[in-house]
Design a protein around this ligand. Structure first.
Ligand code: F6R
Length: 622
């Protein structure tokens, strides 16, 4: 989704901004632009629809300076056009703004500005912000308010006055031609982090853009404004009072954000999974006691036994991990656990039990819907813990306590290794909770040892993935692909369908197998591909009955089954075996061929694998 990078310091800003935009590309975007202050402070702007490389090629040698702001846009208000690209300028071209987020009261504000003679050049909500700032900057008392003329020309007052009239979310970086060498910033619901260098300062919406330059950072808080120059940062509250800020150090992460020998991040990240799982499980399993310890939760057995139930909230792939986690918690701890789509949870005025435990599950830690769900639980007195990949992200900080899943940087838009590590983290919790309740030491030890070995089994599968290409041939020309599974495998079916849709753009439908006969069976005709996930567990026989029902209607069955289960394999048109494992861990193995299927199908159809159309890596709008 939209990305921001800004720089103030002694170096040439253009290269640093372009490099920063490249580091934000993985988030998904459709256009890019930048503004750099010239030698007299004047604002030089370039923007392009398409890739950052196209912007880079368009920047002429005349654009130079040492202070600038830049942006990758993911269209919300207005089409993907050059006019709608950020930065946006005020009428006199003295103020430039880049913006992440959505202004909800754009309509009435724009109407008032139009009535006062302002001419708009774009369809964006962001342009409303820059004209609003300009009105206050001129001391004009925009929109009928009066502003004292003696504060005209004060950028912080102009920003505060404008922000006070906005409703919605923003991460803003602003340049004023009259204030060379300074970037102004404001945050409300859309992340911004300041990077403190040696005689230079950066601003970004994602710490990943800062790590080549510095690991000393200040996370801006909601409602805060900042003034950034080469010497550092000053922060203010919206009422103008200077606020104190904390300097954090970004931890070194395992793993590489470079492609290495792989042609795509998605493939690299699929192959990262054995090591990613080791990073997540390492130091958290206690096989001798048959349990796990998640220090970041800071919950002892006395607190765990009192939990009446657990609720897990996430979106997309993270929601699928929640489904697996909820099943494991119920199975091992014998207390109710439910997974819920975060956007539904936040908006349905949920009943919150202050005694229960809520988890917010998110790779990026920035998903607006999940963040909103966290706030809703907290407002109602509930306890939320994060299950998050990105250290220091908004959700991690809002929760305060939780589990980092340690996947390493996930750059492909389609989430793969984060799914596995979310599942692994939730399985660790289920084991810890299960042991604090009724689970026996023997059963605990068995699961702990199985978890310890799971990275090896994942590696063994990935070394010999089976006839993926045969499955690809069956799905690439299909009108629709049906995915079926039961229990944890129903969540894997949903995840496999999501991956194939987002990477290959093939319509997919996922259903718990038992539901098939209640509707989706009507879709089946001769040759329809049906992906069945049927590991050798207590639900297998029922799933195989559904498989037979599909065969009876002429469907082409693509089966994911357990190694050595020849009886199941014999029922399929194409069968892919995954290593045998503890039944609760099977999602960590059965998801692998589905990730490869999506990748290979996307490749066969010539899709943009790492940046599928219309999608964003981190969905920071509601
Ligand atoms: C699918 C995918 C999305 C994300 C969803 C939540 O491959 O990447 O469905 O899973 O947008 O993102 P996070 O986990 O960052 O909250």
């Amino acid at each position: 989704m939209c990305g921001i990078i800004a720089y103030a310091g002694p170096r040439s800003a253009v290269n640093l901004l372009i490099d920063g935009l490249h580091r934000l590309e993985y988030r998904g975007y459709d256009s890019a632009g930048l503004a750099v202050q010239g030698s007299r402070g004047e604002l030089q702007v370039e923007k392009r629809v398409g890739r950052v490389i196209e912007l880079e090629r368009a920047i002429g040698p005349e654009i130079k300076g040492t202070t600038g702001i830049a942006h990758t846009r993911w269209a919300t208000h207005g089409g993907v056009t050059r006019e709608n690209c950020h930065p946006h300028l005020d009428s006199l071209q003295r103020i430039a703004v880049v913006h992440n987020g959505i202004i909800e009261n754009m309509g009435p504000l724009k109407a008032r500005l139009l009535s006062e003679g302002v001419r708009f050049r774009s369809e964006t909500d962001t342009e409303v912000i820059v004209h609003l700032i300009a009105h206050f900057y001129d001391g004009m008392g925009a929109l009928g308010d009066s502003v004292s003329p003696d504060v005209a020309g004060d950028p912080v007052v102009a920003l505060r006055s404008a922000l006070a009239r906005l409703r919605g979310t923003w991460g803003l970086a602003v340049l004023f031609a009259d204030h060379p060498g300074v970037v102004f910033a404001a945050r409300n619901g859309s992340p911004l982090v300041v990077g403190l260098g040696d005689g230079e300062t950066f601003l970004a919406s994602d710490p990943h853009a800062l790590t080549p330059h510095t690991r000393r950072v200040v996370f801006l808080q909601d409602g805060e404004l900042a003034r950034i120059d080469s010497a550092g940062v000053q922060t203010f509250r919206i009422d103008g009072v200077t606020s104190k800020h904390k300097v954090d150090t970004l931890a070194e992460e395992w793993g590489d954000s470079e492609l290495g020998e792989f042609p795509h991040y998605m493939l690299k990240e699929i192959h990262d999974q054995p090591e990613a799982l080791r990073q997540c499980l390492g130091g958290r399993l206690v096989p001798e006691d048959g349990t796990a310890r998640l220090g970041g939760l800071d919950l002892g057995p006395r607190e765990l036994v009192k939990l009446p139930h657990v609720a897990l909230m996430g979106c997309g792939t993270a929601y699928h991990a929640c489904l697996v986690g909820a099943g494991a918690i119920e199975a091992l701890a014998r207390i109710p656990a439910r997974a819920e789509i975060a956007s539904e949870h936040r908006n349905r005025n949920p009943v919150i039990d202050p005694e229960a435990l809520y988890f917010a599950v998110s790779q990026s830690g920035e998903t607006a819907d999940t963040h909103g769900a966290v706030k809703e639980v907290q407002v109602k007195g509930g306890q939320v813990m994060g299950v998050v990949n990105v250290v220091g992200s908004s959700i991690a900080r809002a929760c305060g306590r939780g589990v980092y899943i340690h996947s390493g940087p996930e750059m492909a838009v389609a989430s793969t290794k984060a799914f596995s590590n979310m599942v692994a983290a939730l399985l660790l919790f289920a084991l810890q909770l299960g042991r604090a309740r009724a689970m026996s030491p023997h059963a605990g030890k068995e699961l702990a040892l199985a978890l310890q070995d799971v990275p090896n089994r994942v590696a063994r599968y990935l070394a010999q993935p089976g006839p993926i290409e045969e499955m690809v041939r069956a799905v690439v020309g299909a009108k629709m692909v049906l995915f079926l599974g039961r229990g944890g495998s129903a969540a894997v079916a949903a995840e496999g369908a999501l991956k194939l849709m987002e990477v290959a753009y093939i319509p997919c439908v996922a259903y718990p197998s038992g539901e098939m006969k209640h509707g989706p069976i009507a879709l089946l005709e001769k040759g329809s591909p049906v992906v069945v996930i049927a590991p050798d567990d207590e639900l297998k026989d029922k799933t195989l009955s559904n498989l037979q029902e599909c065969r009876a209607r002429g469907a082409r069955v693509l089966l994911i089954h357990t190694e050595g289960d020849l009886e199941a394999a014999a029922l399929a048109d194409v069968a892919i075996a995954v290593p045998r494992c503890h039944p609760l861990l099977s999602p960590l193995l059965t998801v692998l061929p589905l990730q490869l299927l999506a990748y290979r199908a996307g490749l066969a159809l010539g899709r943009d694998i790492d940046r599928p159309r219309n999608l964003a890596k981190s969905v920071t709008v509601e």
